[in-house]
Design a protein around this ligand. Structure first.
Ligand SMILES: *Cc1c(COP(=O)(O)O)cnc(C)c1O
Length: 379
C-alpha cells in the first residue's frame, strides 16, 4: 500500500485513509451477508460525512442519539435513520420524527407519551424499547451502560409486559470495544429476562461496542450468535457499532512547536489532548505514534504536551530514535473515531483540518476551520 506523505497534510489534521475504511466496511458487509442482519453506523462515534457516500454502499443506515445526528444522517447518509435517546424533549420530537424510521424509547413513560404521535404519522416508524440486560463487562464506569443505577435502558424490575402494544423491537447496548465472547456471555442474561417477549417482536438491536474490525475479533462467533437469535425468535437482528466502522482508519498529523525542559524533555505540539483527542484524558488511554515507543525504549524520551494552558493537557511520554525539534511531524494513529465528534475549541485553540486520502486523488483537504467557527458558538 502506498504510504501517505505526511508533509502534504496541513498540521494539525485528522486524515482518514479510504483504503482502510473500505476494508472495515467490507468486513461489516460480510457479517450482513452471512446473517441477513442490518448494520448501522452510530454517528456518535464517527460523523465524518464526506465518507458517507462510501459507507452507504456497505451499511444499511445510521443510528442517532440526538436530533442533530438524526438530521445529519437523514440529509447526508440518506438510508435508514434510527434513533435512541435517554429521553426525547417535547419541542424536538416532531422534527425528530421527520427523519427517523425507527425510534427507541428508554422508558414506558416516554413510550406512552409519544406512541400515539408516532402511530398517527403518514409513514411507518417502528417503535422499540431499550432494556438493560443487567449484565456487562465494561471496566471503565464512564462507559458502562449497565453500571449500578444506570439510567440507560429499562431494568427488568421496571419492565411492563402488559404495555408492549405497538412495540416492534427490543434494543440493548451493553458493550464497549469488546469481542464477540462478551456478547456471547450477555445473551443468556438478555434471553432469560426478555426472551419471552422477543417472540412477539419484529427486531432486536444488539447496540454498539462490537469491535468487529479489530484483527483479533471473532467474526464467526458473532455470526453464530446472530443466526441463533434470528432463528430461535424469528426476529430481524440489528447492530449499531460506531467505533468498528472507523477503527484504525485515521491519523492525527501534528507538528512539534517547541521543546522545553523541566526535569525531563517536553515537546509542545500544535494539538491538544483535551481539545482534539479528549478520550486520551477521559478513558484514559495512550495513543500510538508512528515511529515512537514507550519511554526509554528508544534513545530520546519526551513528554508530549498540548498547546492549551490546561496543566494536564499531556498526551503521554514517548521515546524516539532522534531528538525532537521544532517542525518535526508527530503522527498519532487510530484517530478517526471519537475525535472529530468530540473535539472543541477550549482555550480558543483551532480545530484540526479534516482530510481524506485515496491513491487516485492523494490527500484531499475537506474542511479547514477558523476564527468564525470559534466565534459562532459564543456570543
Ligand atoms: C455509543 C453507542 C453506540 C456505538 O458504540 P461504539 O462503541 O462506538 O460501537 C451504539 N448504540 C448506542 C445506544 C450507543 O450509546
Amino acid at each position: 500500500m502506498k504510504a501517505i506523505d505526511w508533509n502534504q497534510v496541513p498540521s494539525p489534521s485528522y486524515i482518514v485513509d479510504e483504503r482502510l475504511l473500505t476494508r472495515n466496511l467490507e468486513i461489516l458487509k460480510s457479517v450482513q451477508d452471512r446473517t441477513g442482519c442490518d448494520i448501522l453506523l452510530a454517528l456518535k462515534g464517527f460523523s465524518m460525512f464526506s465518507t458517507f457516500p462510501l459507507a452507504k454502499q456497505f451499511l444499511k443506515g445510521i443510528t442517532s442519539s440526538s436530533l442533530f445526528e438524526a438530521r445529519l444522517g437523514y440529509e447526508e447518509f440518506g438510508k435508514e435513520v434510527h434513533a435512541y435517546a435517554p429521553a426525547y424533549a417535547e419541542h424536538e420530537i416532531d422534527e425528530y420524527l421527520k427523519y427517523v424510521d425507527h425510534i427507541v424509547f428508554n422508558s414506558f413513560d416516554q413510550l406512552n407519551k409519544y406512541k400515539e404521535k408516532v402511530q398517527s404519522l403518514d409513514k411507518h416508524v417502528s417503535i422499540g424499547l431499550r432494556v438493560n440486560p443487567g449484565y456487562s463487562e465494561v471496566e471503565t464506569e464512564l462507559y458502562d451502560p449497565c453500571a449500578l443505577n444506570s439510567r440507560l435502558g429499562i431494568p427488568f424490575e421496571q419492565f411492563r409486559p402488559d404495555e408492549l402494544d405497538g412495540v416492534e423491537g427490543i434494543h440493548f447496548h451493553a458493550m464497549c470495544e469488546q469481542n464477540s465472547d462478551v456478547l456471547e456471555r450477555i445473551i443468556p442474561h438478555f434471553e432469560e429476562k426478555y426472551g419471552p417477549y422477543l417472540h412477539q417482536m419484529k427486531w432486536v438491536n444488539f447496540g454498539g461496542g462490537h469491535h468487529i474490525t479489530r484483527p483479533d475479533y471473532d467474526v464467526d462467533k458473532l455470526v453464530n450468535i446472530i443466526n441463533y437469535i434470528k432463528e430461535k425468535y424469528d426476529v430481524h437482528v440489528i447492530l449499531e457499532p460506531g467505533e468498528a466502522i472507523a477503527l484504525n482508519t485515521g491519523y492525527l498529523v501534528t507538528t512539534v512547536l517547541d521543546v522545553v525542559k523541566n526535569g525531563m524533555e517536553i515537546a509542545i505540539l500544535d494539538t491538544s489532548a483535551t481539545c482534539h483527542m479528549p478520550d486520551v484524558l477521559e478513558m484514559p488511554y495512550r495513543p500510538q505514534i508512528i515511529g515512537a515507543s514507550t519511554p526509554n525504549d528508544k534513545a530520546h524520551t519526551y513528554r508530549l504536551g498540548g498547546m492549551t494552558c490546561l496543566a494536564g493537557d499531556v498526551i503521554g511520554d514517548y521515546s524516539f530514535d532522534a531528538p525532537l525539534k521544532a517542525g518535526d511531524k508527530i503522527v498519532f494513529t487510530d484517530m478517526a473515531h471519537y475525535t472529530m465528534v468530540k473535539n472543541h475549541m477550549f482555550n480558543g485553540v483551532n480545530l484540526p483540518s479534516i482530510c481524506l486520502y485515496n491513491e487516485e486523488e492523494g490527500v484531499k483537504v475537506i474542511r479547514q476551520f477558523g476564527y468564525e467557527d470559534y466565534r459562532n458558538r459564543l456570543s
